[in-house]
Design a protein around this ligand. Sequence first.
Ligand code: GDP
Length: 456
Amino acid sequence: MTFVRPTIFALSSGRPPAAIAVVRVSGPQAGAALKALIGRVPEPRQAALVRVRDRQSGEAIDEALALWFPGPGSETGEDVAELQLHGGQAVIAGVLEALGRIEGCRLAEPGEFTRRAFENGKLDLTEVEGLADLIAAETQVQRRQAFRQLKGLIGDRAEDWRRRLVEALALVEARIDFSDEADVPENLVGPALHAARQLRDEIAAILAGSGRGERLREGLVVAIAGPPNAGKSTLLNRLARREAAIVSPYPGTTRDVIEVHLDLAGYPVTLLDTAGIRESSDPVEQEGVRRARARAAAADLILWVTDASAAGAVGAVESDRLSLPEVWWLQNKIDLMTQSAHSRSESADKEWVNRSFTISAATGAGMDELVAALAAYAQQFFSITESAFITRGRHRRALEETVASLDRALSAKVSRREELIAEEMRAAATTLGRLTGRVDVEDILDVIFRDFCIGK
Ligand code: GDP
């Protein structure tokens, strides 16, 4: 017997050993797999306590909960079986082995369950991306954005645009096809262009107001910079509350850019320790300096750290840039200072500084204020993402192409006007279809599904 579509199975829960392991099976043989392993197929969508047996030896592998989700009402759209086992290595290995021996069953590839859900119309492409983001989400704000996308925030909207566009296109095509017939009204193109103009403006407005949605996936980038030995690594460690960077009393030892991901009040923040920025003849160090500059240049916020107890070590933020991001000056090592010197340093005024703080990365003095300010900054930075719509460059490019097509449709010259309008509207509809995965997307599918783990 051959099976048109292989039945796939995988461990869908996390790394064993764990309390529970979830093994999922999807495809035409899912019911047969349950019969082979537990002797029956439970009631749909109801948990059943079962013995899982190895068919060859008859030996019980484990006691488990079994679930049966008949297609097409299942997550993948196919018959789906799920076993909730004890999460031991040998239990899982035994069950996967037993499944592998069933004809037509094989281990799933990364993202293959989700791919089947997409192919069976359970999820559109933007929802698949939302699912990937939800699994990768590290902070509550990222989770919220991903969940909205998974639930169709972008996909439903794009599908609505596409539907309206196709309706407008039908008017233009009717005008072209029946232009010789007396009873087809002349003014079909007017309403079509009106609809196209409305769509164009709607999409353009969303493009203009976005950007932060893409950023939310990456996080706010904060670069810690300043002269060597100022205490940058110490600060990073304190902020990250772990030993992420090498703290050393000798200048110039932090050669690479060290990256730490933080969750600040629910917002994702990437902290960069940009090595002791200074000229050096050591090629390894030069490379560190070059990378530090490039990363710091792209940061949203620079924390410029100086040693407040050392005279003349203030340095300056690179000035060979057109627009500096916001710069906060952190006067570090205040624990080493006398009270009078302390107040003198605070009065220092630098025009490139947006705010200044006095801290001790070593003792933690002033850190609460700094962390609170960072959290407030992140919150403000991301405040408009609550309505963010575009979360990936792929979406942005598709919408930009759609607007460009509509612009061309709207500016079509009089000669062959209707054909040109129809052509551009068709192109715009195709681009929107590609956004949700309705039309020719094979090339981008692999890219999107590759990011999933096995069992999802
Ligand atoms: P970086 O080169 O800027 O990354 O500086 P480090 O973080 O490696 O710190 C250089 C030296 O200064 C180390 O010996 C730290 O222990 C010390 N240091 C850093 N912050 C403070 C501080 O707030 N107070 C004191 N007393 N020492 C500090």
